[in-house]
Write a protein that binds this ligand. Structure first.
Ligand SMILES: *Cc1c(COP(=O)(O)O)cnc(C)c1O
Length: 452
């Protein structure tokens, strides 16, 4: 042990340094003391010995310890509905609605007219009915939950017909066959992987069948020698057989994105118009709201879901209902929805606007990185429009000695973390998924990454 290390100050002496004292205004004493102990331990074991400036070292350790695990990041990947980055950013009015409800009490389950118990299932019901045209609606935690609930409520212990081409894996641990098994319903596969016909369903319909299910192939597209019946034909067959027809459309597309060339996702209203008894979808994909699962459709079917005990286990919380309600309200006017809902705004950004943003972004990037504009593509993400490539303008950076992965790593470890793409030896930034005013923040993050 050298002399510098032997001469380490005591915890008490460091605690009484004036600059350390100021930390006590913002953090509990116990947290400051822990940071001091950490600084001392590090000084003891580190070859370089004590830090140049104890107060700075302690302040940084304290900040590190107090940083929340869940943090905002800047998404420069160009993937709009990025499941790993929290899917849909919320509209301003949804954030306000959540904040207003979060801080106090609310009429979550209280009828203000009568002063008696009300129901939380009333809150988004009317809006969902209005924007989808469905007779009734229910909100639960997410679409996976909605599917389990609907299958359990309508088909527990009985058979559900589904095409072999729709036994899909959505992501991670979400596989349709597993979900169906957990719901208590028995899966009865019809057709083949690439082709399923109406007759396949018709021949399978017997006394054990409790429902027919269509699951949208969200994250992939089948091309070539393929066939599947139209939802309207399946709905008609279900009516004939007197069993409910469920359609899991996945992304919850309410808007009409055809003017922007995005047509391959089923819209909720179209699925209902085709005759589905229940339509199930996510709140935080193309709908652009909070994590939620919506069940819309006929009143008798929705009521069976609402009255099922699983509905209690999957109920949406008040913040979700507040944010979802505010998001749905924006759909009452098509222009408003595209302007105010971030997911829709990002998907429909004009090429010229993206180029301008890329130009502003490049201007803020340190010149040693040689920022250049290159044409590229953004992705919708979230398993929606798997084939769609949205033209964009990227800022390409040459990371030099750091290497592209090294620069991307430093950007991720920055504050705020910036998530970039790495491709063909370059770091790429897509302005589509960055906030309008992000350019200076990205510039600072890059400067910081070069220093680190
Ligand atoms: C994404 C998706 C789900 C799951 O939705 P969550 O809200 O994430 O639970 C279910 N079905 C389909 C077809 C999907 O695309």
């Amino acid at each position: 042990m050298n002399d510098r290390r032997r001469a380490l100050p005591s915890v008490d002496r460091l605690l009484h340094e004036p600059e350390v004292q100021t930390l006590l205004a913002a953090a509990p004493r116990a947290a400051v003391v822990t940071a001091i102990r950490e600084a001392l331990d590090a000084a003891r074991t580190r070859r370089a010995g004590p830090p140049e400036d104890w107060a700075t070292d302690i302040r940084e350790r304290l900040a590190e310890r107090r940083r929340p695990g869940l943090r905002p990041v800047l998404n420069a990947t160009g993937v709009v509905v990025h499941t790993n980055l929290g899917r849909a950013p919320l509209a301003e009015s949804a954030v306000q609605a959540m904040t207003a409800i979060a801080a106090g009490y609310s009429n979550l389950e209280f009828d203000l007219d009568t002063g008696t118990r009300g129901s939380r299932t009333d809150h988004c019901r009317e809006l969902l009915r209005r924007v989808t045209g469905a007779p009734d609606a229910l909100v639960v935690n997410n679409a996976a939950g909605a599917l389990v609930l609907a299958l359990n409520a309508l088909a527990a212990g009985r058979d559900v017909l589904i095409s072999r081409g729709e036994l899909i894996e959505i992501g991670g641990s979400f596989r349709i066959p597993d979900i169906m098994t957990r719901s208590g319903a028995r899966l009865r596969e019809v057709g083949t992987t690439n082709r399923t016909h109406l007759d396949d369903y018709r021949q399978a319909l017997d006394g054990d069948v409790a429902a027919m299910l269509t699951v949208h192939r969200s994250n992939f597209a089948q091309v070539g020698f393929v066939a599947s019946p139209e939802p309207a034909a399946l709905a008609a067959l279900a009516v004939e057989a007197e069993v409910p027809y469920l359609h899991d459309v996945g992304s919850g597309l309410l808007a009409d994105l055809a003017p922007w060339g995005l047509t391959s996702e089923p819209r909720v209203a179209d699925a209902l118009a085709a005759g589905a008894g229940l339509v199930l979808f996510s709140g935080d994909k193309l709908l652009g709201g909070p994590q939620a699962g919506c069940v819309v459709g006929g009143s008798a079917l929705v009521a069976r879901c609402r009255d099922n005990p699983l509905a209690r286990a999957m109920r949406a919380d008040k913040l979700t209902l507040a944010a979802l309600g505010a998001t749905l309200a924006l759909y009452e006017d098509a222009d408003t929805s595209v302007r105010e809902i971030p997911v829709l705004r990002m998907l429909t950004l004009a090429a010229a606007e993206l180029e301008q943003r890329a130009t502003r972004l490049a201007a803020e990037c340190p010149s040693v990185l040689g920022p250049t504009l290159v044409p590229g593509e953004s992705a919708v993400g979230g398993g929606s429009f798997p084939n769609a490539a949205l033209p964009t303008t990227l800022v390409a950076l040459d990371a030099g000695a750091l290497g592209p992965d090294g620069l991307a790593l430093r950007l991720r470890l920055g504050d705020p973390p910036v998530i970039a793409r790495v491709s063909a030896g370059r770091v790429l930034l897509d302005p589509r998924t960055l906030p309008d005013d992000a350019a200076p923040h990205i510039g600072r993050a890059l400067a910081q990454a070069l220093l680190a």
